[in-house]
Design a binder for this molecule. Structure first.
Ligand code: NAP
Ligand code: GCO
Ligand code: CA
Length: 264
């Protein structure tokens, strides 16, 4: 029988106070995993703990900026001592800065790359020794449409998410022999805080032009929801995907396959 259970597994989902990370962690808890998450602001950790409590999930939260390697190592050491060896890491924490490249200062560009690419390396490096010792592990990197496509104003984010796709393939290549599978999930356009500016109702009551654009570029003709990611995330964290490695599973309603709705 195919095993989708996460019973007895310890899952660290970074940045999982709300949005995509919270949905993935909720799905993991429902599949039997013990949930640990972290954010870089105490108020977000508190928001997450409240959300998990309301969901009846006994999650452990840490205040930890994923770009701070010493803090990440300390967090992983504490998790291993108090919860158990991390079986599943989801590199979900991420930021975006929408600025035309020629106007973007290098500090902003560097911060996006730090959070969206360097931090997944830092977190993976921190959990891999425990996974090797335990004889298995799952690392899931939250990629993006921008792992494949560009658009105006998101140069740093696209560079980082493109790099994250290749980091996913390289972790697969380097650690597959230790029964560690590293895959990506590439969400399409998902309705979360991060994309709220792209969906704002206009002063005249109409939908945001970008909102209408995405609807025309998505065969499903809708934005995704964090819940759309729950099943794919459980699949990639479970034994059901033990021979799936180095793959980015796009959960985009068909965007990458579609040229876009033809004008009437
Ligand atoms: P979100 O609503 O903006 O939430 C981001 C989370 O990451 C927050 O909990 C935030 O908490 C945390 N975070 C940010 N920087 C951090 C840091 N340095 N250290 C630790 N935690 C940090 O994002 P989302 O829309 O759920 O997206 C989650 C992931 O999916 C991101 O990697 C994003 O790039 C990716 N993604 C999103 C979409 C979409 O359409 N929404 C599509 C494709 C991919 P703090 O601010 O308190 O740290
Ligand atoms: C944007 C959006 C996208 C989504 C996501 C798409 O400004 O284009 O924020 O980047 O967040 O990454 O997969
Ligand atoms: Ca090796």
């Amino acid at each position: 029988m195919v095993n989708f259970s996460l019973e007895g597994k310890v899952a660290l989902v970074t940045g999982a106070a709300y949005g995509i990370g919270l949905a993935i962690a909720q799905a993991y808890a429902e599949a039997g995993a013990k949930i640990v998450f972290n954010c870089s602001r105490q108020e977000t950790v508190d928001r997450g703990l409240k959300a998990y409590k309301e969901l009846g999930i006994d999650a452990k939260g840490y205040l930890c900026d994923v770009t701070d390697e010493e803090a990440v190592k300390a967090m992983v050491t504490d998790i291993e001592a108090t919860v158990g060896t991390i079986d599943i890491l989801v590199n979900n924490a991420g930021i975006i800065k929408r600025i035309p490249m020629e106007e973007m200062n290098v500090e902003d560009f560097r911060r996006v790359v730090d959070v969206d690419l360097i931090a997944p390396y830092i977190c993976a490096k921190a959990v891999i020794p425990g996974m090797i010792k335990k004889g298995h592990g799952k690392i899931i990197n939250i990629c993006s449409m921008m792992s494949e496509l560009g658009r105006e104003t998101v140069s740093a984010y696209a560079a980082a998410k493109g790099g994250l796709k290749m980091l996913t393939r390289n972790i697969c290549s380097e650690y597959g022999e230790h029964n560690i599978q590293c895959n990506g999930i590439g969400p399409g356009y998902i309705a979360t805080d991060q994309t709220a500016p792209l969906r704002e109702i206009q002063p005249d009551g109409s939908r945001h032009p970008f909102d209408q654009f995405i609807i025309s570029k998505t065969p499903a003709a809708r934005w995704g929801t964090p819940e759309d990611l729950m099943g794919p995330a459980v699949f990639l964290a479970s034994d059901a995907s033990n021979f799936v490695n180095g793959h980015v599973l796009y959960v985009d309603g068909g965007i990458l396959a579609y040229i876009g709705k033809q004008p009437k």
